[in-house]
Design a protein around this ligand. Structure first.
Ligand SMILES: Cc1cc2nc3c(=O)[nH]c(=O)nc-3n(C[C@H](O)[C@H](O)[C@H](O)COP(=O)(O)OP(=O)(O)OC[C@H]3O[C@@H](n4cnc5c(N)ncnc54)[C@H](O)[C@@H]3O)c2cc1C
Length: 539
């Protein structure tokens, strides 16, 4: 007989998004089982940039320091450098300070970090494992599932032993990546550009490439030669000499086994250098979003529902924000205070953000693809070459480097409209990719302000709802507190006297959700407090 296991949430896929969901559910005290078909080791990592919003979640989970102290050297500049080849001319440089020279900007207590998936996934894994309610099962694949009134019944197989188990869960979270078999089984289609380009990754190891090429240090080099912008080279682990060369596009009929890595590397470096090849893979760059994120008790997250061009480094970061949005809603429904409509708001809130971020990432890639032709003399040591390098360098910083100026994309996403946020009647600020405009408008990320005790306002949010009472005239919260208690909705009241908080939040009462987004704000208690509480808990 096949053994049966029961859990509240079955998570299929232990990439960064599945791990983040397991960690956030564990942090909330929700029981879950994560199955991952691989052993979890990553030798050729894709993700490198953990953006500001994800770092804010890491701060909430208590692992931001671990990410900041990952083995990427803290004195290595994160500069983005445009070159004709790494051994050739430097055309332009966008300076991004090394970790040890970073200071927090005005809008967040944390900064973007470079932390390869090789290091980041294990941090999330250990975090998830630290909660007694979380079970991680590697070398274990979800094979089939069916949905029914009470939830999901799935069959999983332990790949090393062939042993099978039946799992009964209230919810299934599909974090099974771009080729999601769960999405396919549910017949959910992807909408958008199925093929933007066909890149090839080549991972190589070589000691002291910087010294050998006489290179000024940076982290991400983009190569522009007489044929245009064709590749990038990223240092992944400077201490181990691990690098990745990405050719942006290759012919559709390319046989990945016949890629001449050395020829591509010679073009990228401008000379022959002996390297050890670590891995080569061809993949398809897409810009697609699923037509729905939820179906019955199944909710889909991460690459399973959105695939972004890596230009802009938004893929995993968008997926982790999906996990944070879904997690508290699952917890609320499992704990019994979330209403019937709460989980429907996951699709309503996150799918438009997926579409927005895919649009941004695709736009960044299109500016690569359309980058100026007619620069045949760019590598020539002539006055014409000088003139082209000057002009192209300026253009690169203006157009291509936009994909590294994305604070507005990272922090400015908002749930508007959302069935569980109450509009406050104010007009939305412009959604500018490069510029984040802090606002506590309903649906937006509650903004960061430093408090007198050294904490950030963001440190107040996470566990349940928080009602901020701001300024000397903040109304009595008893009615709201009493109603929330009646409905068993966790709510904490926090009174703050710092004028900067009132100024930035711009209302005397601000109700912040467990994910750190504003659900409602006003200067007075609403006439119908019960209706407010029911709306924000999806009842
Ligand atoms: C070159 C490149 C660079 C990138 N750089 C960045 C970056 O800097 N920042 C960023 O935010 N994003 C980046 N991304 C995107 C990022 O890598 C992905 O968005 C992210 O890995 C998606 O995470 P995920 O957990 O949704 O899916 P995945 O990482 O694909 O994980 C899915 C997991 O599910 C498992 N799985 C699948 N089916 C089953 C099953 N039936 N049973 C059990 N397990 C299963 C798989 O083995 C896999 O481990 C980059 C992508 C590329 C290609």
């Amino acid at each position: 007989m096949i053994p049966v296991r029961e859990t509240s949430v079955l998570i299929a896929g232990g990439g960064p998004v599945g791990l983040a969901l397991a960690a956030d559910l564990g942090w909330r005290g929700v029981e879950c089982l994560l199955v991952e078909q691989t052993d979890g080791r990553i030798t050729t990592p894709k993700m490198q940039e953990v953006n500001v919003r994800t770092m804010e979640f890491c701060r909430r989970w208590g692992v931001a320091d671990r990410v900041m102290h990952c083995p990427f050297p803290d004195d290595h500049p994160m500069d983005v450098v445009f070159v004709t080849s790494l051994g050739g001319y430097e055309l332009a440089r966008m300076e991004r300070p090394a970790r040890k020279h970073q200071t927090p900007g005005p809008f967040s207590p944390v900064n973007l970090q470079i932390c390869s998936q090789t290091w980041f996934d294990p941090i999330l894994r250990e975090l998830a494992q630290s909660y007694s309610g979380v079970t991680l099962c590697h070398r274990c694949r979800l094979e089939t599932f069916e949905t029914h009134e009470g939830g999901v019944t799935a069959e999983i197989v332990h790949l090393d032993t062939g042993e099978r188990e039946t799992v009964k869960a209230r919810f299934l979270a599909a974090c099974d990546g771009a080729n999601s078999s769960i999405r396919q089984a549910l017949g959910i289609k992807l909408v958008g550009s199925e093929v933007l380009s066909r890149p090839v990754h080549m991972f190589f190891r070589t000691a002291d490439l910087v010294g050998k090429l006489g290179l000024r240090r940076g982290t991400f080099y983009l190569a522009i030669d007489r044929n245009g912008l064709w590749a990038n080279v990223r240092v992944i682990d400077p201490a181990a000499g691990l690098w990745r060369l990405m050719v942006l596009d290759t012919p559709a009929d390319l046989d990945p086994n016949r890629i001449d890595c050395n020829a591509h590397l010679r073009r990228a470096l401008g000379r022959d250098i002996d390297v050890e090849w670590v891995g080569v893979s061809a993949w398809t760059r897409r810009g697609v979003v699923a037509e729905r994120y939820s179906q019955g008790p199944v909710h889909l997250l991460g690459d399973a529902v959105h695939q972004l061009s890596p230009t802009g480094a938004l893929g995993m970061n968008t997926g982790i924000a999906d996990a944070v949005d879904l997690s508290w809603k699952l917890a609320a429904v499992i704990e019994g205070w979330g209403g019937d409509g709460l989980l429907a708001s996951y699709d309503a809130e996150r799918r438009p953000v997926g579409e927005r971020n895919v649009r941004a990432a695709t736009g960044y890639f299109e500016s690569h693809r359309d980058f100026e032709r007619g620069i045949e003399a760019i590598e020539d040591a002539t006055p014409e070459g000088d003139e082209i390098r000057q002009r192209v360098g300026e253009q690169l910083l203006r157009d291509i480097a936009r994909m590294f100026r994305t604070l507005g994309v990272q922090l400015g996403y908002r749930y508007d409209p959302s069935p569980i946020c109450v509009p406050d009647g104010t007009p939305p600020p412009a959604d500018e990719p490069e510029t984040y405009v802090p606002t506590a408008r309903s649906g937006s990320r509650a903004p960061h302000v430093w408090l007198d005790d050294g904490r950030s306002t963001l440190d107040l949010f996470g566990r349940g709802f928080v009602l901020l009472r701001l300024g000397p005239e903040a109304p009595d919260p008893s009615l709201l507190l009493g109603t929330a208690t009646e409905r068993k909705m966790p709510l904490q009241v926090v009174t703050l006297h710092e004028p900067e908080v009132l100024e930035r939040y711009d209302r005397r009462l601000v109700l912040v959700r467990p994910d750190g987004h504003v659900a409602w704000r006003g200067n007075e208690m609403p006439a119908d407090v019960g209706a407010l509480v029911d709306r924000v808990r999806g009842a």
